[in-house]
Write a protein that binds this ligand. Structure first.
Ligand SMILES: [Zn+2]
Length: 202
């Protein structure tokens, strides 16, 4: 079976959840919904990709180095680990980004081999979820579209930082305008049941 659709979970790491150093408000509340998607993809032998911010301790995005953010997601620390409630499946593809001190990367495609790995699996459509809507999710979605992937974005499976109050709403509009299909996970799962059934019977 061609694995034409993949699930991407962006940066569901401790530091981006309540209790972490750069928490997204209610960032952990989306995890049960994402776990349902992970279950469905895993049951259908479809790829699950987890991106993670994976910074050296002297990363340029940190305030003390002139960047905008407090220290977060430093390689091999608790803050960089995936949230313990996230059901990371066996065989999940882990993509580490922003691993060089001098370079920031919000998108899971920036400086990684994500695009080539998806193409080698026959993927042409991705479902993007995770944190944060107005930074890493938005940039991952826009890059995916630019690289020729179709993108589905379940709005209930992502949360934004909102440095400015409307950032998340504007990010949704920008992604929609660029061609992403915005939906909700329950609608997606209803359609997906049909998709999975027709794929496996062919
Ligand atoms: Zn970062």
């Amino acid at each position: 079976m061609r694995k034409e659709i993949a699930l991407i979970v962006v940066d569901l790491q401790n530091d981006f959840c309540p209790g972490g150093s750069l928490p997204v408000k209610n960032g952990d509340k989306i995890i049960p919904k994402i776990n349902k998607l992970i279950d469905r993809f895993t049951e259908n032998s479809l790829p699950v990709i987890l991106t993670r911010d994976w910074h050296p301790s002297d990363h340029c995005s940190f305030i003390r180095n002139g960047g905008p953010w407090p220290e977060h997601c430093i390689q091999n620390t608790w803050g960089a680990r995936f949230h313990p409630d996230l059901k990371v499946p066996k065989g999940a593809i882990i993509i580490s980004k922003a691993t060089q001190a001098e370079k920031e990367a919000y998108s899971g495609f920036d400086g990684t081999d994500l695009a080539s790995r998806l193409r080698s699996l026959g993927v042409n459509k991705v479902v993007v979820t995770g944190l944060a809507t107005d930074y890493c999710v938005k940039n991952t979605v826009l890059d995916a579209l630019n690289l020729g992937f179709q993108v589905i974005l379940p709005k209930d499976c992502t949360k934004g930082v909102n440095v400015k109050p409307k950032d998340t709403a504007e990010a949704f509009m920008q992604m929609k305008k660029a061609g992403a299909k915005l939906t909700y996970s329950r609608f997606f799962l209803n359609e997906f049941t049909g998709h999975a059934a027709s794929s496996s019977s062919s």
